[in-house]
Design a protein. Structure first.
Length: 485
């Protein structure tokens, strides 16, 4: 069963690895992101130039933003970008189509450049300027959008990087000359220009490779959660005694008595709005630890290869051996149950629990479970959508055959502190919003203690015998040592 780039384009994984590219899945996006800091911090001149080009474009946007109001047409032309879904990175389990960078991103970026970071491109505290700076305070610009924006601005490099590999290693029958929009920016005409490239093609769409050394997982090196975590250390690094005193005084003046972590984060954001230079000192702190970013990227990519390629590949082998698996049951409820029961059997009896452990410790991440579940939906006649929001919040999966046959699936971890509330209300709300009659709640547990907690929760909610609540035993201490994935 073809799942990865190397399978579909008949390229040995070792060749891809030697070239430096990550062996992407062409069934589902993998939770990896392009981190612009890895371009900035790279020892390769080519990557540093890419970062310089990103900053050049942002300076262009800043000049336009500060010169006056940018009309709707130019805002769309300069600030709006589609997601570069052809690289199969990010995290959209149902295929690879995400939201892209629309009007909310455009407005937030325009406002930040015009009002908040007026010194962008000419900072004196940091070694350089950083795109991530624009996502540290205001909402609307997060890790996904930072990576999407970076990918758009280095798209020409990725196209050439892929073309070079394809022309050398991929048969002509598997590639094609493709016209690509918004490849490079012409500063004379102030417009984006298209291009034509010889690229690998899958299901009539081109595919992009990405270098492993510019990828990270979960968060970019410079990010908002880390800014809040490091907030106490940042003022200490400020040499200006008066500024340091003003920052500390303002922070404690707006902090309530007995503050919660939410209160502290809110106060920190208020301080950063009043003293934007605080952001520069945080970025300087991250710049000085650039080698740690490189180490993290290396570990992230290796971990992703092990989990999403080596280990998840074992599931694909099991699926290929189960010839009757893809027979189509009568409706989506039956089909969903078939997939859940198969996944449960793989985890509990076929060694599949190993997929959720790294160095003996449980990874316990819902997104890994969701990716694994998506792999069971190859060749289905049903429409499989992830995180569909029908007005009351996103459900993990919606499986549909037309408007009258819909079934929902929610995956939960037994260790989730909100498990009781979610079991009682969440899926019922989603079912009403989606007009779905049935929905399964699948709960993974990783210890005897977690099992006891779930059983007590179900008892309290009178759901012990609910056929639409399915427990999956992902423990490793009760599995035969001889089991093989």
């Amino acid at each position: 069963m073809h799942l990865y780039f190397s399978d579909i384009f008949d390229v040995p994984p070792k060749i891809l690895d030697k070239y430096g590219a990550f062996n992407i899945s062409l069934v589902t996006d993998l939770p990896l992101f392009i981190d612009p800091f890895l371009l900035f911090n790279s020892k390769k001149k080519e990557y540093r130039q890419l970062h310089d080009d990103i900053i050049k474009y942002l300076r262009f946007l800043k000049d336009k933003s500060t010169a006056g109001t940018v009309n709707a047409g130019l805002l769309k032309s300069w600030y709006h970008f589609s997601e570069v879904k052809e690289n199969w990175l990010g995290f959209c389990v149902s295929g690879n189509t995400g939201r892209g960078l629309g009007k909310d991103f455009a407005r937030a970026l325009n406002e930040n450049l015009r009002n908040l970071f007026t010194d962008f491109g000419s900072e004196s505290v940091t070694k350089g300027s950083h795109l991530e700076k624009l996502c540290l305070i205001k909402d609307g610009v997060g890790k996904d959008t930072i990576s999407d924006f970076t990918t758009n601005l280095i798209k020409e490099f990725l196209l050439k990087y892929t073309e070079t590999f394809a022309q050398k290693h991929i048969d002509k029958s598997l590639r094609r000359e493709m016209a690509v929009e918004r490849v490079s920016f012409n500063y004379e005409t102030e417009s984006w220009q298209p291009g034509v490239f010889d690229l690998p093609v899958y299901k009539n769409k081109y595919v992009l490779l990405s270098p492993k050394e510019i990828l990270t997982k979960d968060e970019t090196w410079i990010n908002k959660p880390d800014f809040f975590r490091q907030f106490d250390r940042i003022p200490e690094a400020i040499e200006n005694e008066q500024l340091r005193a003003q920052i500390n005084n303002y922070f404690y003046s707006i902090l309530p008595k007995d503050p919660t972590s939410k209160d502290e984060h809110k106060a920190a954001a208020s301080v950063a709005l009043k003293f934007p230079e605080l952001i520069d000192y945080y970025i300087k702190y991250k710049e000085e630890r650039g080698n740690d970013a490189v180490k993290k990227s290396f570990l992230d990519v290796n971990d992703s290869r092990m989990v999403y390629i080596d280990q998840f590949g074992s599931l694909v082998n099991l699926l290929s051996q189960k010839s009757a698996f893809y027979s189509v049951p009568g409706n989506t409820t039956e089909e969903v149950l078939q997939r859940i029961e198969f996944l449960k059997d793989v985890v509990e009896n076929k060694g599949g629990h190993k997929l959720f452990y790294n160095k003996g410790k449980p990874l316990a991440r819902e997104k890994d479970i969701q990716i694994l579940f998506k792999l069971t939906w190859r060749d289905t006649v049903s429409d499989v959508s992830r995180e569909v929001n029908d007005g009351r919040g996103p459900v993990d999966f919606k499986i549909a055959r037309g408007s009258k046959d819909k079934t929902l699936v929610e995956f939960k971890l037994a260790g989730n502190s909100g498990l009781s509330r979610n079991l009682q209300k969440q899926l019922e709300i989603y079912k009403k919003a989606s007009d779905a009659k049935k929905g399964y709640k699948v709960i993974f547990y990783f210890s005897k203690q977690e099992l006891a907690k779930v059983q007590q929760t179900l008892k309290d909610l009178n759901m012990t015998d609910d056929p639409y609540v399915i427990l999956v035993d992902a423990r490793k201490d009760n599995k035969p040592t001889g089991s093989k994935a």
